[in-house]
Design a protein around this ligand. Structure first.
Ligand code: SF4
Ligand code: SF4
Length: 59
């Protein structure tokens, strides 16, 4: 399964954290993703104004 990683220039807006329906983006640091919780929905990627997030295969 693919999960998001922050590869671009994150501005710290935390929109990704607010967009995540399961609390897997962040929840404190937007550059972290809780892989065990993430469903791979991509909502955090779509909402990012900096296009800083990218879906990548785990591991
Ligand atoms: S939405 Fe994008 S720019 Fe904003 S905190 Fe998340 S990764 Fe960073
Ligand atoms: S892909 Fe979906 S479930 Fe995973 S961190 Fe982003 S918004 Fe949350």
């Amino acid at each position: 399964m693919k999960i998001p990683v922050v590869v671009g220039d994150c501005n710290g807006c935390c929109y990704c954290i607010m967009a995540c329906p399961v609390g897997a983006a962040g929840p404190i640091n937007p550059k972290k993703v809780i892989a065990e919780k993430c469903t791979g929905c991509g909502k955090c990627v779509n909402v990012c104004p900096k296009a800083a997030r990218e879906m990548r295969e785990q591991g």
